[in-house]
Design a protein around this ligand. Structure first.
Ligand SMILES: [Zn+2]
Length: 303
């Protein structure tokens, strides 16, 4: 048995996974809002609770988080949950838990989970994308996560939206929490979708409401989603041109919108540098559990 933890912006999920990759137990708690010490304590308590349930101690632990650990300083960086940035999260968790842990970016965990036994199983390369509160990417190749000297492989969410269209006022684009303007995340995150809907329909709706209206065929939701899909197609076309992954897997709240999987591949061929595009765009097989499953698999890949 091993433990996987998915540290998200609104919830922390923990599972105990068996050797056959089945989930024995699962617990979900809210993420303490903008409170670093409480977040560390919450993860420690979650691990203790899971170990109590299964009657085991000292299980190996993998944790998926936003952002990444700076290889130079060991401090967190690039987290949209900004209270984590500049903090020695891995070190603090290891002292709180009394054992070494594995940590990786949440989109890396998604890519690893889907490559291991999900929608990208057997594929040589998987680009995992999280479209939720933030937008992130991770790359799994030949059974391993791609990791570079800056620990940002796949983080295209803070590249500028490619092929920007002045008529849609995409230049210079909204200000991003990272300090730049017009990042892909400022167009493709859940809050970005809600902002676009507000601008179009003059109504403040949650992402869930917009998705529901889309399903009911509401014209405003359809128009806003049509723009969203073209932007997602452009953003993913730039990934295909650079990496040419076999499979692109979507996770995160917006990945549940099924029409993305037909519309986006129809749109991206206009931007991909190939007369034919055979890249697959698929939802995460394990849905919302992909992140936490990938975290549990972290001890199987290179540190
Ligand atoms: Zn940014």
């Amino acid at each position: 048995m091993r433990i996987g933890i998915d540290l998200g912006g609104s919830k922390i999920e923990g599972v105990v996974m068996g050797e056959d990759s089945s989930i024995h137990h699962r617990l979900r708690i809210p993420t303490p809002a903008n409170d670093y010490p409480a977040t560390v304590a919450a993860i420690r308590d979650l691990v203790c609770a899971l170990e109590r349930i299964v009657g085991r101690e000292g299980l190996s632990i993998g944790i998926g988080t936003p952002g990444s650990i700076s290889p130079a300083s060991g401090l967190m960086k690039g987290c949209n949950s900004t209270c984590l940035n500049g903090r020695p999260l891995k070190q603090d968790l290891e002292s709180a838990l009394g054992r070494p842990i594995r940590m990786a970016n949440d989109a890396d965990c998604l890519a690893l989970s889907e490559l291991r036994d999900g929608t990208g199983q057997g594929a040589r390369s998987v680009f995992g994308v999280i479209v939720g509160t933030g937008v992130g990417g991770g790359i799994a190749i030949n059974g391993q996560l791609l990791a570079g000297p800056n620990a940002i492989a796949g983080e295209w969410g803070h590249n500028p939206l490619p092929w920007p269209q002045p008529r849609l006022r995409e230049v210079p684009g909204p200000r991003c929490w990272c300090g730049r303007q017009g990042c892909i995340e400022t167009w493709l995150s859940g809050p970005a979708l809600a902002r676009e809907y507000l601008a179009y329909a003059d109504e403040d709706c949650s992402v869930e409401q917009i998705v529901q209206r889309l399903a009911q065929g509401e014209a405003a939701a359809q128009a806003v989603f049509a723009r969203y899909e073209d932007r997602l197609a452009r953003a993913l076309a730039s990934v295909i041109n650079l990496l040419d992954p076999v499979v692109i897997v979507l996770g995160g709240g917006l990945s549940n919108v099924s029409r993305l999987y037909t519309r986006v591949p129809e749109l991206w061929s206009a931007y991909v540098f190939s007369e034919r595009v055979d890249t697959k765009l698929l939802p995460a097989k394990h849905g919302d559990s992909s992140g936490v499953r990938g975290a549990a698999f972290l001890h199987e890949v290179h540190a």
